[in-house]
Design a protein around this ligand. Structure first.
Ligand code: UDP
Length: 328
C-alpha cells in the first residue's frame, strides 16, 4: 500500500501553512521530491525555511486561484491551501471562496494533465452546526450558506462536489480528507482559534477569552497524528470522504482550564459573546479511518498540549505580541 522510498514528486499547496508545512516535512522524510506552493496570505515562510537548503524541495510563490502549472512529472497533489480559522475567513471571505472553488478546479485540472493522484483538504465544517453526534461521513450536515462561516463551509462543500465530479467523469484518482480541529507547533498565534488564543493569552499574562458559556465542545487532534492519517489515506484505495481527527471531546471551558493548569498562569477565564453560528458540538466518528487506514490518534491531549506550549515558548517577544494580520 505505502510504496518504498524514492517515490516521485509531490505538489503541496498551502505549503507554508500549519498543516502544509508538516506535510512537506513528512513527504520529504519519506523520500519524495516536494514542490511547495503558497501565496503567503496566511502562511509563513518561517514554517518551511529549513527546507530551502534541500535539493528535494522547491517553492513557488503563487495563488492557486489563478492558473496552476509546474513543469515536469507530478505524481501526487495535496491541496491544502486555504484560510482555515474563523477570523481569517471573515477577514478574507472572497479569497476563501476562491481558493476552495477556483483553486480546487485549477488543481483538479492540473492533476488530470499530470495524471496525478490528488487529495483535497476538506473539513468538519462541512457538517456545519451538526444535528448528528458524533459526525460520521454519511451525515450531510447543517450549514448556513449565508452565515459568517458560509464562505468556508460552502467552498469546502463545493470542493468535495467538484472532486467527486472529476473522479466520476474524468476517472481522476482522488482523495477527500475531512479534517477536524487540529493543533500543534506552527499554528499561527494570532489566527484566532481557541488553542493559540488561550496559549498566547496565558504567555502574555492576559485573561483567557472563552466565547459563550464555554459549554460548546470540540475534539482536538495533535498534528503528528493527523499527518499520519493523511499520509495513510493518500496511499489507500478509497475515494470517498474520510474523517481524520481525535474523538476525545472536551468543552471549551474545560479546555481553557487545562491550558491555565499547564501554563501555570494566574489569570482567569473571562466570557465573551458566542460568535454567530458557532457549532455547539463537534466530534469525529473515526470508524472509517480505523477500518480503512488502521489509524487512530496516539498522542494524548496532555502530551500534545505540552509539546505545543514548548513550541509557543520559542517565539520571540515580537511574535508573541503581534496581533495584526498580514492581510488586514
Ligand atoms: N473560542 C473561544 N475563545 C477564543 C477563540 C475560540 O472560546 O478566544 C471558541 C470558539 O467560539 C469555538 C471554539 O472555541 O466554540 C473553537 O474555536 P476555533 O476558532 O478554534 O475553531 P472552530 O472549531 O470553531 O472552527
Amino acid at each position: 500500500m505505502i510504496p518504498d522510498k524514492k517515490r516521485g514528486r509531490v505538489l503541496i499547496t498551502g505549503a507554508a501553512g500549519f498543516l502544509g508545512s508538516h506535510l512537506c516535512d513528512r513527504f520529504i522524510n519519506e523520500g519524495f521530491e516536494v514542490v511547495g506552493m503558497d501565496n503567503l496570505i496566511t502562511g509563513d515562510l518561517k514554517n518551511i525555511e529549513h527546507l530551502f537548503k534541500l535539493k528535494e524541495f522547491e517553492f513557488y510563490h503563487h495563488d492557486v486561484s489563478k492558473f496552476v502549472y509546474v513543469s515536469g512529472a507530478i505524481n501526487h497533489i495535496l491541496h491544502f491551501a486555504s484560510p482555515a480559522s474563523p477570523i481569517d475567513y471573515l477577514k478574507i471571505p472572497i479569497q476563501t471562496l476562491k481558493v476552495g472553488s477556483l483553486g480546487t478546479h485549477n488543481l483538479l485540472g492540473f492533476a488530470k494533465e499530470k495524471n496525478a493522484r490528488i487529495m483535497v483538504a476538506s473539513t468538519s465544517e462541512v457538517y456545519g452546526d451538526p444535528l448528528v453526534h458524533p459526525q460520521n461521513e454519511e451525515y450531510w450536515g447543517n450549514v448556513n450558506p449565508v452565515g459568517p462561516r458560509g464562505v468556508y463551509d460552502e467552498a469546502k462543500r463545493f470542493q468535495e462536489a467538484m472532486t467527486m465530479a472529476y473522479h466520476t467523469y474524468h476517472k481522476l484518482d482522488t482523495r477527500i480528507v475531512r479534517i477536524f480541529n487540529t493543533y500543534g507547533p506552527r499554528m499561527r498565534l494570532n489566527d484566532g482559534r481557541a488553542l493559540p488564543a488561550f496559549i498566547g493569552q496565558a504567555l502574555r499574562g492576559e485573561d483567557l477569552t472563552v466565547f459563550g458559556d464555554g459549554s460548546q465542545t470540540r475534539s482536538f487532534c495533535y498534528v503528528d497524528d493527523l499527518i499520519e492519517g493523511i499520509y495513510r489515506l493518500q496511499f489507500a484505495s478509497y475515494y470517498l470522504p474520510v474523517n481524520i481527527g481525535n474523538p476525545q471531546e472536551v468543552s471549551i471551558k474545560e479546555f481553557a482550564e487545562e491550558i491555565i493548569a499547564l501554563t501555570g498562569t494566574k489569570h482567569k477565564i473571562v466570557y465573551h459573546p458566542l460568535p454567530k453560528d458557532d457549532p455547539k458540538q463537534r466530534r469525529p466518528d473515526i470508524s472509517k479511518a480505523k477500518a480503512i487506514l488502521n489509524w487512530e490518534p496516539q498522542v494524548s491531549r496532555k502530551e500534545g498540549l505540552k509539546k505545543t506550549l514548548d513550541y509557543f515558548k520559542t517565539l520571540t517577544e515580537e511574535e508573541l505580541y503581534k496581533t495584526e494580520h498580514r492581510f488586514s
